[in-house]
Write a protein of this length. Structure first.
Length: 197
DNA sequence: GATGCGATTCAC
DNA sequence: TGAATCGCATCA
């Protein structure tokens, strides 16, 4: 495989990036890279969750989630346990037109494949990070990262020099409320998605 | 495609 | 104390 985009390359994503609104951030993160614990991956699937008028957002029914929004800067990781089994990674969006979260749903692995395979217990590259619970397991992300400000490090980067990612949009999946909002974003043609769009 | 798994938060 | 929950792996 061709070596590309080592850690530290590309444009660092700063806090201002997360000071707009969840939909803008979710779309804008497609094609960006996450580097963490020696592993790297291109974000190929995200979902937006809005504090305002979005029953599927944690803040809608969870006071602790609203307190988290109030008490942390934009770009902070919001990590929670789903179904008692899987850690899910979100980034806090606040201070702009609309507050909310971006859920990272799938990555295309680029670095640290051996460590990912070790943590995941599977070999196929396409299956290492093709789901929100899979990617946190592959990257070793859990409650220890809840509240960590990812814009303070080199972990989030926009890749320069490549083709502008073609982003497709569809309804969010895995939820029971507000299912009609087209707030799921994917890198068109990626074979590492959690499900077809 | 159906089913078992099982932590955390919040409401009752 | 109980209900609900923003998946995944393992079956068939």
């Amino acid at each position: 495989m061709k070596e590309r985009n080592p850690p530290g390359s590309g444009l660092r994503i700063r806090g201002e990036f997360f000071r707009s609104d969840p939909v803008t951030c979710a779309r804008g993160l497609i094609g960006a890279e996450i580097h963490w614990k020696g592993c790297g991956g291109v974000i190929v699937e995200t979902e937006a969750y809005s504090v305002r008028d979005d029953p599927a957002c944690h803040t809608f029914s969870r006071p602790s989630s609203r307190a988290f929004v109030a008490g942390h800067p934009p770009g902070t990781a919001y990590v929670y346990l789903n179904y008692g089994v899987h850690w899910l990674l979100n980034f806090l969006v606040k201070g702009g037109e609309e507050d909310g979260f971006v859920l990272i749903r799938a990555l295309e692995p680029t670095r640290g494949l051996a460590a990912m395979r070790r943590r995941r217990g599977v070999e196929a590259r396409k299956k290492l990070c093709s789901g929100p619970g899979k990617l946190t397991q592959a990257f070793g992300i859990d409650r220890a990262q809840h509240g960590y400000d990812f814009t303070k490090g080199d972990s989030l980067r926009l890749v320069l020099g490549g083709a502008i990612p073609r982003v497709a949009t569809g309804p969010r999946i895995g939820i029971s409320k507000a299912v009609d909002l087209p707030w799921r974003f994917v890198l068109a043609g990626s074979d590492c998605l959690s499900a077809p769009l």
